[in-house]
Design a protein around this ligand. Structure first.
Ligand code: PLP
Length: 411
């Protein structure tokens, strides 16, 4: 099945009890068993059944099956946020003394997790230019347990050459983790290009309406967990096979961190997901039109959008993505002051910390998401002080451009 069909049909058949076509919200904490033996078997993994909604829940499970199928993966875990998906994945693959290689200029929360929070537990990170495979290769050490990149770095806008990076990462015997939040399965299935684990912040394009926070981890089934440097997961692989990593999270890291989503949020995410394929078409079209408009505007100093033929990542993006280049772009107007003035003059675009809403959104990253870093740190991460990030919505393209045109006239 193709994505526009999968978003509506995968992973759920009408409820056998009621015929409900919409996935029911199982708003329950736990599940009654008929006998003491049955619940003991469920706890021991010997028998079926949901136990407790921190571990799994039927509404969350329907969302997980749909996402796993969309990514062509073997299993999925839905999390309370994108950051929960990233922290459980990284904590599930590392121990004190281990090391992570990650792309520069990726999501600020991920940078903070890897450089600040996890350093308190003895896990270190090196940030590299992910558009340069040699940089990735030289950063990998014997203690490196994973390489983490974003399909389109938010907000640096780099598009890494996934198959080339996967080759280097797999030679080192470790998994490639790819955050595909900005692209979604509509534009790319990273597993087809070598990714072992795919992460989504489903708060963004997958939910699509800015009404809840959520995340997901998908195992694409490519990594052989029975080999490799993860002893505990290798042991699980004897019982769980290809599902070893998902089982490791479900029965240990994710269970213990307690980062489960609310079943109601999974319901909202399932509803949002239904329109993903047609929404992405509009996001991509509107972002491209806006990028082209900004690129020729005399007050705009630079634009980064992988769909512009002048963009350094255009070639890679054209090779890897199908059907468009995403809804996010960045541009600069020379100074932080001019950027903030421009944002204040926009009327349609909303000034807020999110992407992937059906409405057009803007933010000044340096003074908000990246304010905990110094100007030098931000420059190194590829977040200059004059950067404005735009998430193009699905409104009329002419209305979006008119909004930016009139705001630019006033600065
Ligand atoms: C927003 C975002 C995250 C974090 O997701 P939350 O749902 O906000 O926790 C991770 N990666 C990328 C690329 C994001 O845009």
């Amino acid at each position: 099945m193709n994505v526009p069909t999968q978003v509506l049909h995968s992973g759920y058949l009408p409820d056998p009890q009621t015929g409900s076509t919409s996935v029911p919200v199982y708003q329950t904490a736990s599940y009654a068993f008929a006998t003491a033996q049955e619940i003991a078997d469920a706890f021991g993994g010997r028998g079926p059944g949901f136990i407790y909604s921190r571990i799994s829940n039927p509404t969350n499970a329907a969302f997980e099956r749909r996402l796993a199928e969309l990514e062509g993966g073997v299993g999925c875990i839905a999390c309370s946020s994108g950051m929960a998906a990233i922290s459980s994945t990284v904590m599930g693959l590392t121990r004190a003394g281990d090391h992570v290689v990650a792309a520069k200029g990726i999501f600020g929360g991920t940078v903070s997790l890897l450089s600040r929070t996890l350093s308190r537990f003895g896990v270190s990170a090196t940030f590299v230019d992910s558009s340069n495979v040699e940089d990735v290769k030289t950063a990998i050490r014997p203690e490196t347990k994973l390489v983490f990149v974003e399909t389109i770095a938010n907000p640096r806008m780099d598009v890494p050459d996934l198959p080339a990076i996967a080759e280097v990462v797999h030679k080192a015997g470790i998994p490639l983790v790819v955050d595909s939040t900005v692209t979604t399965p509509v534009l790319i299935r990273p597993g087809e290009w070598g990714a072992d684990i795919v992460i989504h912040s489903v708060s963004k394009f997958i939910n699509g309406h800015g009404n809840s926070i959520g995340g997901a981890v998908v195992d694409t089934g490519r990594f052989d967990w029975s080999e490799g440097p993860f002893e505990d997961i290798a042991q699980l692989a004897r019982k769980a096979g290809k599902l070893a990593f998902i089982a490791h999270l479900r029965t240990l890291v994710y269970r213990d961190l307690g980062c489960c989503p609310s079943p109601f949020n999974s319901f909202l995410n399932l509803v949002g997901l239904e329109g993903l394929a047609i929404r992405m078409e509009a996001h991509c079209r509107n972002a491209l039109h806006l990028a082209e408009f900004l690129a020729q505007h005399p007050k705009v100093e630079w634009v980064r959008y992988p769909g512009l033929s002048s963009d350094p990542c255009y070639e890679t993006a054209s090779r890897l993505f199908q059907g468009g280049f995403g809804g996010v772009l960045t541009f600069g107007v020379g100074s932080a002051e001019a950027a903030m003035k421009l944002i204040d003059r926009l009327a349609l675009a909303q000034n807020l910390a999110n992407i992937g809403d059906s409405r057009t959104l803007v933010i000044h990253p340096a003074s908000t998401i990246f304010q905990e870093f110094t100007t030098e740190e931000r420059e190194a991460m590829g977040v200059p002080d004059d950067m404005i990030r735009v998430s193009a919505g699905v409104e009329s393209s002419a209305d979006i451009i008119a909004d930016f045109e009139s705001a630019l006239a006033g600065i």
